[in-house]
Ligand binder design. Structure first.
Ligand code: C2O
Ligand code: CU
Length: 469
């Protein structure tokens, strides 16, 4: 695939000059200020970070509590999360708790489940967390602009029992940035129509926990749990866990019954999470590589000697989710059309050339089932407890990462072929030409979004909603 120079993650143009002075990965902050009534304080405000390491300038970002990524929020499964969100930005915002099967009023979708939180205002989020696992939170107002400026952070729901010690339970937030020649966030290109109608806003630089090329300390002979979260606006990360000796134990927060070997590359699309376990047998450096094009390291695991042998591997228990009833399901098609590289032409089936021109003038390039963007009526309504089978068909020239709010679904089939592992997910990828079938029990009442998590696609048409009553 052709990639222009500006969007290519290019080792030569960027990585080489940044290599001086590797930073240790910033340990995610567990502590948040607590108010007297027990709320964690989360404040969105402007701040600055050196994304490109010591040789780059300061980028103007929007941050939660002044950190990149936002502070790690960690609670036990079933615990009540109480967050007091304060908006100190110049524009309205809100916080979405991605992947949590949450009470609808706390889902954080500005304009649908709550009014946008105005500058200077506060909103209290309070919800229960039914599933243990790796989740994240991010801005959900003008997400295409707010998330790639820094407004996201990890949300870890701990198992009932502590299975990994603090230094062997590692959260890695992977984010792609578009930097200019000075290593500073390119803000002029935010909202570029060309990005929105193509693969989305792609960057040329990766950070892990906000740090450029960090060292990630591991202990020889100890099992580690590594939680990967892709917070990028559009970048699908091609990873190869096997190359650093890791096995997969979960996706999108839901853990498996047994660890899985993952030969070759595994995609981690925007918003997706991947939980790994690994036990390094020798001290030394193990590169953590991006596999797009020629493999290149964007971080290094540094394995140090440990005084003692680690405990044997104990896997987290799996969450209990309602099993879809495929015999008695509401079947819904989800046809994706539009976009550049030929996709716009298909839109002329249902509209005149004038209508299409108007759509593009409005910044709408994509459709779901023939309509573009949020409609007054839901795409479908399900009765509470009903199984929904969604068959998506990607008739565009680009990949998409589709997210369903408030539910996890089983990934059943690709191109009509039942999958070997019908994993639970909250975000699925679909390549051009592909059909993907998913199923879930619509057991969470309220209005829920379905959208592409390539955030420029979402705002330019790939966003709809359904209702559970
Ligand atoms: Cu993480 Cu509506 O999104
Ligand atoms: Cu998309």
């Amino acid at each position: 695939m052709h990639m222009s120079r500006r969007t290519n993650l290019n080792r030569r143009t960027f990585l080489r000059t940044a290599l001086s002075g590797c930073a240790a990965v910033a340990a995610p902050q567990f502590s948040l200020a607590k108010t007297t009534d027990g709320f964690l304080e989360l404040t969105a405000a402007k701040g600055q970070v050196r994304l490109y390491g010591a040789n780059g300038g300061q980028s103007d970002l929007w941050l939660y509590n002044g950190r990149l990524p936002g502070p790690e929020i960690r609670v036990k499964r079933g615990e009540r999360v109480r967050v007091r969100f304060k908006n100190e930005l110049d524009e309205p915002s809100s916080v979405h708790w991605h992947g949590i099967r949450i009470d609808n009023s706390m889902d954080g979708v500005a304009g649908m489940t709550q009014p946008p939180v105005q500058p200077g205002e506060v909103f209290d989020y309070e919800f229960l967390t039914p599933d243990a696992g790796t989740y994240w939170y991010h801005a959900h107002n003008m997400s295409w602009n707010q998330v790639p400026r820094g407004l996201s952070g990890p949300l870890i729901i701990e198992d009932d029992e502590t299975l990994f010690s603090q230094d062997t339970d590692i959260t890695l937030v992977l984010s792609d940035w578009r930097l200019d020649e000075n290593g500073i966030l390119d803000t002029a290109s935010f909202g570029a129509r060309h990005d929105f109608s193509h693969a989305g806003r792609l960057g040329n630089w990766l950070t892990i926990n906000g740090t450029s090329l960090p060292d990630i300390p591991l202990k020889k002979g100890h099992w580690h749990r590594v939680r990967l979260i892709n917070t990028s606006a559009s970048r699908i990360l091609d990873l190869a866990p096997e190359r650093f000796g890791a096995k997969l134990i979960g996706l999108d927060g839901q853990t498996f019954n047994a660890p899985r070997d993952m030969p070759g590359t595994v995609q981690l699309a925007p918003a997706q999470r991947m939980d790994l376990v690994l036990r390094p047998e020798a001290t030394g450096t193990i590169p953590f590589e991006m596999m797009t094009g020629r493999p290149f390291a964007f971080a290094n695991f540094q394995v140090k000697d440990a005084e003692s042998e680690g405990p044997s591997l104990r896997l987290p228990p799996v969450n209990t989710l309602p099993e879809p009833d495929l015999q008695d399901a509401l079947e819904m098609p989800l046809l994706m059309e539009g976009g550049a590289m030929g996709g716009m032409r298909s839109l002329l089936r249902d509209r005149t050339e004038d209508e299409l021109r108007q759509m593009m003038q409005d910044g709408l390039f994509w459709t779901f089932n023939g309509t573009s963007g949020m409609q007054d009526a839901p795409m479908f309504s399900a009765k509470r407890g009903e199984t929904v089978v969604l068959e998506s068909r990607n008739d565009t020239s680009f990949a998409h990462a589709m997210h369903v709010h408030g539910h996890h679904f089983r990934l059943l089939e690709r191109n009509g072929e039942p999958l070997e592992h019908q994993d639970w997910r909250d975000t699925f990828t679909t390549d051009p030409g592909e059909t993907v079938k998913i199923a879930f029990v619509a057991d969470n009442p309220g209005k829920w979004l379905i959208h592409c998590h390539m955030l420029g696609h979402a705002v330019s048409g790939m966003m709809t909603w359904f209702e559970v009553s």
